[in-house]
Design a protein around this ligand. Sequence first.
Ligand SMILES: *Cc1c(COP(=O)(O)O)cnc(C)c1O
Length: 423
Amino acid sequence: MSEKTFPLNREELEELSKTHPTPFYLYDEKAIRNNAREITKAYGIFPGFKEHFAVKALPNPIMLKILASEGFGADCSSMTELLLAEMAGIQGEDIMFSANNTPATEYREARRLGAVINLDDFTHIEFLEKNAGIPELISCRYNPGPLKSGNAIIGKPEEAKYGFTREQLFAAYPLLKEKGAKRFGLHTMVASNELSQDYHIETARMLFELVAEIKEKTGIDPEFVNLGGGVGIPYKPEDKAVDYQELAKGIEAAYRSIIVPTGLASLGIHIEWGRTITGPHGWLVTRALHTKDIYRRYIGLDACMADLMRPALYGAYHHITVPGKENNALTETYDVTGSLCENNDKFAIQRKLPKIETGDFVIIHDAGAHGRAMGFNYNGKLRCGELLLRSDGSIIQIRRAETSEDYFATLDRDVLKEFSGNN
Ligand SMILES: *Cc1c(COP(=O)(O)O)cnc(C)c1O
């Protein structure tokens, strides 16, 4: 069971909404820091542990600074994510650059920052050499194909576009060495939002066996394995959260039995968790704008899937509560919707909820990762802003809501003025 709580009560929300009207995201700094410390403690049993927070989960430099102060680096996969990491003061090997189908400009930027480049394909060895040069430290992403089952979000590894095959890896490391690389890493990520500890332990075991084989066959000693992200969070109240201690201990058992005998006793364990770090500690705070009663009953919120698209994109469950009505009986069945002209713009479908009235706050839980970040501007919808509940109880805005001017910023008004429309 995972209890679904929200840090403010209805009165506090009323007060806050006077200066910060809904919708907005709220993140809980103290809970995120405590979570980061739990992870660091559990994984502290490994030499060279490093978490590179997956920037795509919550691409706000204030959050990156908070996490950096807890010892975390950043995992980036685009130019802008690299710039965000730099903006937050994260540098050098604290940045992991795990991109795919990567343009030359991004490889050059990653090199400029001294990031650890994680190659996604064999052909990128030559591409990187030509466009940015081969760095001293380099990592390769492994795709186990049929050797490993995947899960619903990421799909089967053999159908996934990421990574090198086994055979390609054995050829890649010696080639990279020949081209000047001196230090090596191995990466994989085969699942997304996976709650099974055994699944993640099996993935680690698979990588450890591969590292041992790489050492044996090529004479190359990788200095770290990066187990990627993909650890799930309990979106549903009945889901059980991953136990970091148990997970780390399971991985350690595999480490002892496979890695220690190879003599690679200081092989580092790196991870790129995003969802697990901030997901449960962020909420989309909205108000009910309309109630509607036709063939089904609807609650229309002041947010829409432009603010949070996971339910519409994956049919993902996000728990919903109504401040002040937490203990009311779930007497109603609603579809909870946004205002987009798309019928899949629904935060919940046929959900049992207490009776909701216009003006009620409606809290969408577990929105702290892959939430605001995935937003978009279809229908001219403007994405909401982000607030941070500081450890001292104060609340600051860390990103304002978008305005129409932001939406128009990519248009050229001079061209518009000149353009007659007639041909
Ligand atoms: C998305 C992603 C992550 C983070 O995944 P979470 O599920 O948020 O932990 C890490 N690494 C790579 C390469 C990714 O694409």
